[in-house]
Design a protein. Sequence first.
Length: 169
Amino acid sequence: MAFLLCGDLAQDGFLACVKGRQWPESAVLMAFQPDGFELKPMKEVEIFPETTRQGRIFWPDGELQWRCLEEGTRMVYLGNTPDPYGLDDYSTELDGLERNTAEFMLWGIRTDMEDEWIEQQVPQRFVYPVGGRSFSRGRVMLKVERWVDNAGVPRFSRYHSLKEIKGGE
């Protein structure tokens, strides 16, 4: 069974919620701030970016997503277990929807065996939090879970995980 939880919290309540939680080993932070963004394993986050305007923390069993509003922070949790965020339960919105998965290739090709991917068209360096160094010219795939209606239209989605795949030689 999947759970869909949502609610608005004051910024300090949101920060307390995120900072005070034990995140799974596989959890990844994607946070956007006015001056940049972070994409790294939560286990490596020493100081949570308090200036974050939106983002998500995702792992194979769930995702917490947020965005700042004028009056606070809107949080949405979608996952396999109920989490104690103090959010309202909207899980019935998932009734009648089918869960499926999709994968999307992310920007960049691994540079040799370094933990760095470079996008060639508009030169940009990326560091993706994927374990191991399997492929010298590897690519990164993002697995996404989607809940689709009977017409095949996605109604809800969440990031699931990242994985490295073999890239072009």
